[in-house]
Design a protein around this ligand. Structure first.
Ligand code: PEP
Length: 250
């Protein structure tokens, strides 16, 4: 039985004070929820304050990115050990905005996934096709390349701990959501690739989220699908009222 996981990606939003207020409000609205894993991913600058605010709650902390090296001369970067030091449990890796604006490649993403696992962080690995790729009928090819490239060389026992977020690029921040059937079909395809790479036990354990304009009015239909184990949420995670409705979708 896979535990549902709802994660909020706050992107480049919220000062320390705003982030603390938001997570405190989210906790007030979701404090009694125990059957869903709740994750918030604030910007780096707000991680220490949010870490303090979530101590003793059901809310887990995640970061939005990290470098693939453990330390070194990489000005402006953040190492996995620094995230672990702040009690982060999760780290988003390979978000489409990082692929698009910061030239992240499957090879870089693969290095990050390996270093994150070594640091005992759980990567939320993002994959997804662009609109042009979907319209050209190459969705499965793109997803297969991203999953196989991003997860190459990881031991099966570790692969089972990963979270994969299927986020069609055309659905992120656009108000357009993939239909629940289409989203589930791609998530099932990802699980098939995982079976081929790591075996059926890992495929049965790995959690696959859908992301892309998830809102309180479409979450229930998405979560009802057998291969969708949660959601990675941008816009609707920035307000406690909407995020808590996503966490309590049933
Ligand atoms: C995201 O950034 O991962 C995302 C899914 O954003 P939104 O929910 O705003 O589409």
């Amino acid at each position: 039985m896979r535990r549902p996981i709802i994660a909020g990606n706050w992107k480049m939003h919220k000062t320390t004070r705003e982030a603390t207020a938001l997570v405190t409000e989210i906790n007030g609205l979701t404090g009694s929820v125990t059957d869903v894993e709740i994750v918030v991913c604030p910007p780096f600058t707000a991680l220490p304050a949010v870490q303090q605010a979530v101590t003793g709650t059901n809310i887990h902390l995640g970061a939005q990115n990290m470098h693939w090296e453990e330390k070194g001369a990489f000005t402006g970067e953040i190492a996995p050990g620094m995230l672990k030091d702040l009690a982060c449990t999760y780290v988003i890796i390979g978000h489409s905005e990082r692929r698009q604006y910061f030239a992240e490649t499957d090879a870089n993403i693969n290095k990050k996934v390996k270093t994150a696992l070594k640091a005992e962080l759980i990567p939320i690995v993002c994959v997804g096709e662009t609109l042009a790729e979907r319209e050209a009928g190459t969705t499965e090819k793109v997803i297969a390349t991203q999953v196989q490239g991003g997860l190459a060389g990881i031991p099966a026992a570790q692969a089972a701990r990963l979270v994969i977020a299927y986020e069609p690029v055309w659905a992120i921040g656009t108000g357009r959501t993939a239909s629940a059937d289409d989203a589930n079909a791609v998530c099932a395809f990802i699980r098939k690739i995982i079976t081929g790479m790591f075996g059926s036990q890992a495929a049965a354990a790995i959690r696959i989220q859908y992301g892309g304009s998830v809102k309180p009015d479409n979450i229930a239909e998405l979560m009802a699908k057998p291969d969708i184990d949660g959601a990675l949420v941008g816009g609707a995670s920035l307000e406690a009222a909407s995020f808590s409705k996503l966490v309590r979708w049933t």
